[in-house]
Design a protein around this ligand. Structure first.
Ligand code: NDP
Ligand code: 2IT
Length: 445
């Protein structure tokens, strides 16, 4: 494969989309060895077909705020690839949402979903709507207005959205409610639904728990069996970050940081179960800021900064893309960090990724480590189709075994001659090979 040529052509065709270029470049640079064993891929122009989304919807959403002002936002759905199953992926509501960010997320989702072992294609959607400070009624009206357009493009066997940044159980419920009214059917066209109307146990916990399960698989290759004695830095304080902290605590880890887009807290005594309950309440009930934790418990709060300068042995970025840069990575390594497992999607810049791989620490890219969320979404789809509900224990066991399976795939494709497991190469190659084989079998489409 002439990686540079493919990338240059993509950049020319889709200019000003840096996050999309970054995600594509990372995958193409790491799959070359395996790709070159298959000359038939080149003949079928597989790379271009795999990098460009199948379909991109963009539309205006008009809604009325509490003061009676008419507001507009842009919303999108990028259906990237459906070779192995219906399109599947979250919806993100954040002021920064734009085609480049959703295209990178939809691209990554395609490989992540392939790794889960479940039959799901890749998609992502969202809006530049900023949910911060909005009333419940405004959130509801926005979700309903968005769904007036989106419902035409989705369906239980077509495209199944879920949550992501700014979209949790509340937003999924409002979107699903409107979808069901317009489509006149009550099936599994969203995941992350409430338990009363088709949601799965463990779905809220799944991304965070799954990341810790993946981390434990990595640590066990070094003979480490629990998190006792490990000092853990987590970024974010949303869905992924809070459940990551919960499972880390259960396994004996000491969590010392959490953050939001305003700053981070550093609690040298460790966030206890009781303190974590406060964070759950702060975030989900009051929709407050992490700063309030520092005020309540009298610990350090650093405004406008990220937690990576604090000494830790394990870092679990769980907020957003490009939140660990090359300098942050160097600080983490200098402070003795032995493992980085990504709850967020593409949280490490290319410089940071290089630093982790050069230092040969345990480094799990998001598409492997955070696949637990979409995996339990897949299990929610299965339960909806079968019209049954599995117990917490059943879902958790399935999640554990899926994360172990993803770890195995990474080891299979990512083990280097010196024995170091390059999980980036492993995850990208395993995900790519599955999608590529499915596309080849289905002909030129
Ligand atoms: P939430 O909206 O629940 O939480 C996001 C957290 O990250 C908040 O604390 C938020 O702070 C912070 N954050 C968001 N954007 C930024 C930013 N630009 N700079 C600094 N902090 C930021 O989202 P999730 O927990 O669901 O998602 C977190 C990450 O995990 C994302 O990368 C998402 O794509 C990924 N992910 C999510 C899955 C899921 O199932 N939800 C599954 C797999 C991956 P603030 O409140 O100030 O905005
Ligand atoms: O990035 C992700 O994997 C998610 N936001 C979850 C997607 C899903 O469909 O559950």
């Amino acid at each position: 494969m002439k990686t540079e040529l493919v990338l240059d052509a993509l950049k020319r065709r889709f200019p000003n989309e840096p996050e999309y270029h970054q995600a594509v470049e990372e995958v193409l640079m790491t799959i070359e060895d395996e790709y070159n064993k298959h000359p038939e891929f080149d003949k079928a122009n597989l790379i271009e077909r795999l990098c460009i989304p199948d379909r991109m919807f963009s539309f205006r959403v008009t809604w009325t705020d509490d003061k009676g002002n008419v507001q507009t936002n842009m919303a999108y759905r990028f259906q990237h690839n459906c070779a192995i199953g219906p399109y599947k992926g979250g919806m993100r509501f954040h002021a920064s949402v734009c085609p480049s960010i959703l295209k990178f997320l939809a691209f990554e989702q395609t490989f992540k979903n392939a790794l889960t072992t479940l039959p799901m294609g890749g998609a992502k959607g969202g809006s530049d709507f900023n949910p911060k400070g909005k009333s419940n009624a405004e959130i509801m009206r926005f979700c309903q207005a968005l769904m007036l357009e989106l419902w035409k493009y989705i369906g239980p066997e077509t495209d199944v959205p879920a949550g992501d940044i700014g979209v949790g159980g509340r937003e999924v419920a409002y979107m699903f409610g409107m979808y069901k009214k317009l489509a006149r059917e009550h099936t599994g066209t969203f995941t992350g639904k409430g338990l009363e109307f088709g949601g799965s146990l463990i779905r809220p916990e799944a991304t965070g728990y799954g990341n810790i399960y993946f981390l434990m698989n990595m640590l066990s290759t070094k003979g480490i069996k629990n998190l006792k004695g490990q000092v853990i830095a987590i970024s974010g304080s949303g869905n992924v970050a809070t459940y990551t902290a919960e499972k880390a605590l259960q396994l004996g880890g000491k969590v010392i940081t959490m953050s939001d887009s305003n700053g981070y807290i550093y609690d040298p005594d460790g966030i206890t179960r009781e303190k974590l309950d406060y964070i759950f309440e702060l975030k989900n009930v009051y929709r407050g800021r992490i700063k309030e934790y520092a005020e309540k418990y009298g610990c350090k709060y650093v405004e406008g900064a990220r937690p990576w300068g604090e000494k830790c042995t394990i870092a679990l970025p769980s907020a957003t893309q490009n939140e660990i840069n090359g300098d942050d990575a160097k600080m983490l390594l200098a402070n003795g960090c032995i493992a980085v497992s990504e709850g967020a999607n593409m949280p490490s810049t290319p410089e940071a990724v290089k630093a982790f791989l050069d230092a040969k620490i345990l480094y799990a890219p998001g598409k492997a480590a955070n696949a637990g969320g979409v995996s339990v979404s897949g299990l929610e789809m299965t339960q909806n189709s079968m019209k049954i509900a599995w117990s917490k224990e059943e879902v958790d066991e399935k999640l554990k075994s899926i994360m172990a399976n993803i770890h195995e795939q990474c080891v299979r494709y990512g083990t280097q001659k010196d024995g170091y497991v390059n999980y980036v190469k492993g995850a990208n190659t395993a995900g790519f090979m599955k999608v590529a084989k499915a596309m080849m079998a289905q002909g030129i489409l």
